[in-house]
Structure formats: structure tokens, C-alpha cells
Design a protein around this ligand. Structure first.
Ligand code: ADP
Ligand code: MG
Length: 312
């Protein structure tokens, strides 16, 4: 085994804010500018690690859904196709940002990059399908909601389309990803939690569902043998009493504490909750290291100087 192949495998799960920050419109210029900081760090880290990058796609898929609502002249596309589109567009943005950062580092040889359209298998009997509760896409008028060809729910913002958010069972391309990592490719995959598919005999069929990208990343990490699982987001780490006067960010979190705080509802469902669950699932499944940090502190967190570190 060459020294490079022995380099630890680092998986960075990039949160939505790596592309679009709160209050921004989400122009392409903004998205490239936001990517610069996390990607510069990942480019440096890639000199000492083998790297997998996963990413969210909420606002991007939301914009594609909005375009569909705005234009009746072209046929609507199912969610699986829209998720595939966002994996392509965001994969391209990450790849070109990495190339720029390799150039800035003055490297003679650039690591090979690949963005993979990734499917993630879910169970058609997952209880989430009986109760779709993940809002996606634009706010709908009463009229649009009444005539919508998909399930809708009244949320705090108004009527929105809802889809199921089932548990990820397996990443379809795990063998390919493992081989690419073995060849020291930087692999960008499982964008938006992956395209949800169910097994149909010997085939896979896309389903209307959204998998949390941190849970999908955790599963991926176990299936391909990731050493370090880093979830980078828009807060410095997991906090207790989040949003309240006594809020405190945790430097470290044991597995037992993590379970207890989850049960107490300290980590909100749909945001920090799945990140903590993803870390637990990874470490309980044999992963070595898991952490949650801000997208601006990935290197510091890996050095143990920032973020929330999960400890046994
Ligand atoms: P990402 O796109 O990175 O997955 P999420 O919105 O899913 O982002 O998760 C990050 C968010 O989790 C933070 O912006 C914060 O509002 C929320 N959050 C909920 N509970 C907590 C907590 N206990 N500590 C820190 N952040 C929390
Ligand atoms: Mg999230």
C-alpha cells in the first residue's frame, strides 16, 4: 500500500450555508463566494487525507420546484430528477472551486475529482411514507394547494409540498466510491442526501422522498470505511439550550450524553437532531471520529480546537 493510500479518509458533509447563507438570494456569484472558505480548507486537508464531500441541496431543489410552479409550458419533473440536477450543478461548483484552490496552493499535480450521481436505498415500508412531513419547495396559494398533484401541509410559512424523509439503508454506488477513494480521487457524492430509490426486483425505482444528508453521509461513511466524519454547518457546534439565554456550545459530547440530550429534545428534529444521530450511528457502527463544526472552522475542528467532538 502506498503512503497516499494509507492516508486517513475524511468525509466532510457540507451544510446548506456552504452555498447559500441566511438572508442571501442565492445567486451563482454568492454560491461560489460562499464555497471559497470551506473548499480552501478542504483543498489543504486533501494533501494529508483522502477526501469525500457530501452536501445539502435544499435551496437549490427549492428553486427548481419554484421554476416548475412558475412555468406551465414544460412538463413537471419528478423530485428524483430534480435531486439529480442539483447533484450535477453543485458537484460542478465544488469541483471548479477545488480546482481554483489547488491552483492557489501552487500545486504541480491536482488530485483527480469526480462528482457521482448517487442513489440511496430506502425501505418502501419505512413509516415515514405513511406520514410525509418534510416541507420542500415554495409556499403555495390556497388554490395551488387544493389542486396540487402531491401531498401538501400547512406550515408556519403557509401551504407547502411535503415528502417523506425515510432512513437511508444503503448507498448504491458504495463499491465505486470505495475504489475511487482507493485511487485517491476526491469524490463528491450523496448530494442532497442522495436520490431516494426503492428496490423493485433487480432494479431501483426513484421515489418522492428526501433523505437527511447527514444520515446518508453517516451510512456512506460506514459503508466505504471513512475514518473522520465532519459535519460542517452554520453554527460553531451542537449547543445546549440552543437559542436561549444560557446557550452553550459543547466542546465534546460522549455517546451517552448525546443520547440523553437527544431524548431531552436539546437538538431540534430536522436540523441538529439528525447530525447528532448521524454521529452516533457512525461511531456505534465502528467509525473512529465524528465532529460537528462551522464551515469556517473545519481545519481547526480537525485539530481539536473548535467544534463539537464526539468521544466514547
Ligand atoms: P445543514 O444545512 O448544515 O444541515 P441545518 O439547518 O440542518 O443545516 O442544521 C444546522 C442548524 O441546526 C443551525 O442553524 C441551528 O439553527 C439548528 N440547531 C437546532 N438545535 C441546535 C442545537 N442544539 N445546537 C446548535 N444548533 C442547533
Ligand atoms: Mg441539515
Amino acid at each position: 500500500m502506498s503512503p497516499r493510500q494509507a492516508a486517513p479518509v475524511l468525509l466532510v458533509a457540507l451544510g446548506g450555508n456552504a452555498l447559500i447563507q441566511k438572508g442571501q438570494q442565492g445567486t451563482i456569484e454568492e454560491q461560489f463566494a460562499n464555497l471559497r472558505e470551506p473548499i480552501a480548507q478542504i483543498a489543504r486537508l486533501s494533501q494529508r487525507h483522502r477526501v469525500i464531500i457530501t452536501h445539502g441541496n435544499g435551496p437549490q431543489v427549492g428553486n427548481l420546484l419554484l421554476q416548475q410552479e412558475c412555468c406551465q409550458d414544460v412538463p413537471r419533473l419528478p423530485l428524483e430528477i430534480l435531486v439529480a440536477q442539483t447533484q450535477g450543478q453543485i458537484g460542478y461548483m465544488i469541483e471548479s472551486s477545488l480546482d481554483n484552490q489547488f491552483m492557489a496552493l501552487g500545486l504541480e499535480v491536482f488530485k483527480p475529482l469526480v462528482s457521482l450521481i448517487s442513489y440511496v436505498v430506502v425501505d418502501r415500508h419505512d413509516p415515514a411514507f405513511a406520514n410525509p412531513d418534510k416541507p420542500i419547495g415554495p409556499v403555495l396559494s390556497d388554490e395551488q394547494a387544493a389542486g396540487a398533484p402531491y401531498p401538501v401541509m400547512r406550515t408556519a410559512k403557509g401551504w407547502r409540498r411535503v415528502v417523506a424523509s425515510p432512513q437511508p439503508i444503503s448507498i448504491v454506488e458504495k463499491r465505486e466510491i470505495k475504489r475511487l477513494i482507493g485511487m485517491d480521487f476526491i469524490v463528491i457524492c450523496c448530494g442532497g442526501g442522495g436520490i431516494s430509490v426503492v428496490r423493485q426486483g433487480r432494479h431501483f425505482a426513484g421515489v418522492d422522498a428526501v433523505i437527511d444528508k447527514d444520515l446518508a453521509s453517516s451510512r456512506l461513511g460506514l459503508e466505504v470505511g471513512v475514518d473522520i466524519f465532519c459535519m460542517a454547518t452554520d453554527v460553531p457546534g451542537a449547543a445546549l439550550d440552543f437559542g436561549q439565554p444560557g446557550e452553550r456550545v459543547l466542546d465534546s459530547l460522549s455517546l451517552a450524553q448525546a443520547r440523553r440530550h437527544l431524548d431531552e429534545g436539546q437538538f431540534h428534529a430536522g436540523s441538529m437532531g439528525p447530525k447528532v444521530r448521524a454521529a452516533l450511528m457512525f461511531l456505534e457502527g465502528g467509525g473512529k471520529s465524528a465532529l460537528i463544526c462551522s464551515t469556517s472552522q473545519i481545519e481547526a475542528a480537525l485539530a481539536g480546537k473548535a467544534g463539537t467532538q464526539f468521544v466514547p
